[in-house]
Design a protein around this ligand. Structure first.
Ligand code: HEC
Length: 273
């Protein structure tokens, strides 16, 4: 709203409104592809459009395997560190119902902070070692924190008056559209242009809503994994070298992709094939 107001006064700022324009272009594309879907349906990835896999997914969701991760995460989250602090002390609102606001732009360090990175930063500030960013304890903490945000609407701010935040967003966006790997595919080619089409046994999900359901219990992994673990799997599919989980490129990518999901509620954790 404030940005819109600014634009009225300073029309030359319109370049900085690019993320908002991107968001409406993005939504329009999928509305045309899948006119039967509501915005919130996109939280369910390919199960929003693949009615055959949807049935087995719905039955798994009745007794979802991620329940254990939420419970373990709650215990980890509430157990004090050796110094008496706990995770809640590192976050606004004690870390409850805030997952829909991440990633955030950290203007002090000029970088995108994802919730996973914020968890590890909290550990380092409390003299603890960092957790693995792909699986294990971090997925439990993320599952619990995301669960307390369930139903909250993703609301990422790209401050229009901060050129560095905008540049990080732009890098994430460029990454999404860049072709890479031996197969020379971009993320966009599969999840934007070809969303709804089959790739072997799988139906390609729309990028809209892609960040809503993470972390996820993936049947293929037989365990919980993070969003960045999924990013890395997608690089492997096209035989591309991936940056490491939480490398700056992937954090910027998450910044872009989460902004594109603004307006959709968190439905994490979730189960996927
Ligand atoms: C060759 C096609 C292909 C490319 C390229 C590709 N993906 Fe995927 N991606 C898939 C398939 C297949 C799945 C699993 C089914 C689905 O959800 O689409 C998937 C799933 C995902 C999911 C999980 C969605 C959910 O709700 O479970 C995310 C997030 C994702 N991809 C992001 C990316 C990103 C980011 C890139 C670029 C770095 C990328 N993908 C490149 C094929 C691709």
């Amino acid at each position: 709203m404030r940005l819109f107001y600014l634009l009225l006064i300073f029309p030359f700022l319109s370049l900085k409104a690019a993320p908002i324009d991107d968001l409406s272009t993005f939504r329009r594309h999928y509305q045309q592809l899948f006119p039967q879907l509501n915005l919130q349906d996109y939280a369910n990835g390919s199960y929003a459009i693949d009615f055959i896999s949807r049935q087995s997914w719905l039955s798994i969701e009745e007794f979802p395997p991620y329940i254990f991760a939420i419970e373990a995460g709650k215990i980890l989250f509430e157990t004090p560190f050796k110094n008496g602090n706990s995770y809640g002390d590192c976050f606004k609102n004690n870390g409850i119902a805030i997952a829909h606001l991440y990633p955030v732009w950290d203007s002090e360090h000029s970088e995108v902070i994802t919730l996973a990175k914020a968890i590890n930063d909290c550990r380092v500030d409390n003299q603890l070692t960092k957790l693995d960013y792909k699986k294990g304890e971090i997925t439990q903490l993320l599952a619990y924190m995301a669960y307390t945000s369930r139903g909250k609407i993703i609301n990422i701010k790209i401050s229009g008056d901060n050129p560095k935040a905008l540049a990080a967003y732009q890098q994430g966006k460029d990454y999404y559209y860049q072709r890479r790997g031996q197969l020379n595919f971009s993320c966009a080619l599969c999840h934007i242009q070809n969303a709804g089409k089959h790739l072997r046994a799988e139906m390609l999900s729309p990028a809209l809503g892609h960040t809503s359901g993470w972390p996820t219990y993936r049947l293929k992994w037989g365990e919980m994994g993070t969003l960045h673990r999924r990013f890395i799997s997608c690089h492997k599919q096209i035989r591309a070298k991936s940056p490491k989980a939480q490398a700056i490129e992937l954090r910027n990518l998450e910044y872009f992709l989460t902004f594109m999901s603004n307006g959709i509620s968190i439905n994490a954790p979730s189960t996927r094939r």
